[in-house]
Design a protein around this ligand. Structure first.
Ligand SMILES: [Zn+2]
Ligand SMILES: [Zn+2]
Ligand SMILES: [Zn+2]
Length: 105
């Protein structure tokens, strides 16, 4: 399993920006092909602007559950109802407010 980058505070991919019990999702950025805990982690540790996933790419595995380390496609993630289909961990529904930063919806 690849590494998760960012200003992490634990092994379940929580970071200094998002560290509630539900903040366990890491997102892969296609600009650098790296998993980051969040948008701000990417911004603070990389010098390039983030690239967003386009609709045609939503079938790609680009979401990582920090609890069970299962990779989900963006499609799977967007339709999972904020529950990991693999381990049942609840994801933060508040992330929906930031989809536009990651996905070209
Ligand atoms: Zn990047
Ligand atoms: Zn962060
Ligand atoms: Zn999981």
């Amino acid at each position: 399993m690849g590494a998760v980058y960012g200003k992490l505070v634990d092994e379940q991919t929580r970071c200094i920006h998002y560290r509630s019990p539900l903040d366990v999702v890491a997102i892969k950025f296609k600009c650098c092909d790296r998993y980051y805990a969040c948008y701000f982690c990417h911004q603070e540790l990389e010098s390039h602007p983030p690239a967003r996933w386009t609709r045609e790419e939503f079938g790609r595995p680009a979401i990582l559950c920090g609890v069970c380390r299962t990779e989900l496609s963006i499609e799977q993630y967007l339709s999972c109802g904020f529950v990991c289909p693999s381990c049942g961990m609840a994801f933060n529904p508040g992330c929906a407010h930031h989809y536009h930063l990651y996905f070209d919806l």
